[in-house]
Design a binder for this molecule. Structure first.
Ligand SMILES: C[S@@+](CC[C@H](N)C(=O)[O-])C[C@H]1O[C@@H](n2cnc3c(N)ncnc32)[C@H](O)[C@@H]1O
Length: 316
């Protein structure tokens, strides 16, 4: 086979894969937003057990923002790679503005034009705020980032974006995210031992689904009669470390939500009077902390969270 034919095939495969993803999230539209973030409308309401993971991820991001503001920085740059409907950008920009950071330059991008359209609607008020510059773009994380080296104070790639990245692109994407980060990089991925998800909607929206871990594909038959399939790789925590460690210092790699989702009552099944009390939730929290980095449990968390910062130069 000639080099040109191989190249054509690679381009065709890559286009096929990215179109699958864009198509799936385009079709899901606002259903993805409702599934991922609920309909309550409160950006910071992480009350239910279901949103435990988001609350923990937010605590880590918020701590970074508070530290940044307290250090007196006047300008914050944010990049959200695979921002979906823009909820995490809204959280970051809203909080940074409330913390009094005078200039906030935030960019979110996603391969799904529909998710970007939703993100534009969702951020219309934020974009009017003085000192806020918020750009939303339709682009593919598999193509090299246009951002300059060490130009981003807070770089996010959250909730499954990397799970959708074909194997051939994962290493270069990790290197690129590390390259643009000047402050902190936050990445979360879904683990190989997590509970099932169809990613684009609530699991009840499917009549049937199957993940093939040899081909890294997820096939879903939806209740509305449609069938979608796309790339999906479920990670071991060790893979995340191997991808990023050559490029950036990993300061935390931990499992998020090992226990909470499994103990969240299902109203279709569990009696209402059995609802657990505050002491039970405190014990669950202690379990989360005790096992977050445990090699036997980390790959059973819902997400692995990685927080990283640029490698320190050796002192001469
Ligand atoms: C599960 S959603 C997460 C969205 C958002 N990060 C969040 O936490 O709500 C995964 C997102 O990754 C986007 N995505 C997948 N592959 C991508 C790629 N190659 N480039 C850009 N975005 C991509 C999808 O379109 C989708 O919006």
């Amino acid at each position: 086979m000639s080099a040109r034919t191989i190249l054509k095939l690679r381009v065709a495969q890559s286009t096929h894969v990215t179109n699958d993803i864009a198509h799936a999230y385009d079709r899901a539209g606002a259903r993805y937003l409702n599934y991922a973030d609920g309909t309550a409308g409160d950006l910071f309401d992480f009350g239910s057990g279901y949103h435990y993971g988001d609350r923990r991820i937010w605590q880590a991001i918020e701590a970074k923002l508070v530290g940044f503001a307290e250090a007196g920085h006047q300008r914050l740059t944010v990049l959200d790679a695979g921002c979906g409907p823009g909820t995490w950008l809204r959280r970051v920009v809203t909080r940074a503005h409330l913390l009094g950071i005078p200039e906030i330059c935030a960019t979110g991008f996603d391969i799904s034009g529909e998710q970007i359209a939703i993100a534009r609607l969702q951020t219309s008020t934020l974009r009017q705020l003085p000192g806020v510059r918020l750009r939303l773009e339709e682009r593919d994380l598999a193509t090299p980032l246009s951002e300059e080296d060490a130009s981003i104070d807070l770089c996010l790639c959250l909730n499954g974006v990397l799970n959708h990245m074909p194997a051939a692109h994962r290493a270069s994407v990790a290197a690129d995210l590390a390259r643009v980060t000047a402050g902190k990089l936050f990445v979360t991925v879904r683990t190989c031992g997590s509970q099932p998800s169809i990613f684009i909607d609530r699991i009840d929206a499917a009549t049937d689904f199957h993940h093939d871990d040899r081909t890294d594909r997820l096939e879903i038959n939806l209740r509305d009669g449609h069938r979608v399939e796309f790339d999906l790789h479920l990670f071991h925590a060790s893979e995340v470390r191997a991808l990023f460690a050559p490029h950036i210092d990993i300061i935390r790699l931990s499992g998020i939500d090992i226990f909470h989702s499994r103990f969240t009552p299902d109203p279709r099944w569990n009696p209402a009077e059995g609802a657990e009390d505050a002491a039970f939730h405190r014990d669950l929290e202690l379990l989360e902390q005790a096992y977050a980095a445990d090699p036997h449990f980390i790959d059973h968390a819902t997400h692995v969270l990685m927080i990283a910062e640029p490698q320190q130069m050796m002192e001469r």
